[in-house]
Design a protein around this ligand. Structure first.
Ligand code: 5GP
Ligand code: ZN
Length: 115
């Protein structure tokens, strides 16, 4: 499913330019436009799911593969041993600004405590 007005669906449809670093039939990963660290990738499903609250049991494998892909991308960039952070924000208090679920993969420098 694709949402005509969603920014990340537009990335998937190539209606918005982005620096895509990985794509397969169900996932896409690209550089965050406002990078907060030397590595700041977004890993998203191609299908439109607005928030973590919209996930069902049927999405368990998809979410698992998002995490594994993030792990693989960290290894490819050589940041796995030093470490990295995976973040998924949900709704206003979580700081979500794009309502299409995504994992942030952050690394390449010492990250500060969450808060
Ligand atoms: P959120 O705040 O929803 O967890 O994260 C959304 C992220 O998407 C932000 O880090 C923001 O910089 C990034 N972002 C927003 N619009 C675009 C865009 O058009 N292209 C790319 N590559 N990243 C975007
Ligand atoms: Zn979307």
């Amino acid at each position: 499913m694709s949402d005509p007005d969603c920014i990340f669906c537009k990335v998937v449809r190539r209606e918005l330019p982005s620096e895509i670093v990985f794509e397969n039939d169900e996932l896409i990963a690209f550089n965050d436009i406002g990078a907060q660290a030397p590595t700041h990738l977004l890993i998203i499903p191609k299908t439109h799911i607005a928030t973590l609250n919209d996930l069902g049991a049927e999405h368990a494998d998809l979410v698992g593969r998002m995490v594994l892909k993030a792990r693989d991308l960290a290894a490819e960039r050589g940041i796995d041993d030093d470490g990295y952070r995976l973040v998924a924000n949900c709704n206003a208090h979580g700081g979500q600004t794009v309502y299409h679920i995504h994992l942030h993969l952050l690394g390449g420098r010492q990250l500060k405590a969450l808060g």
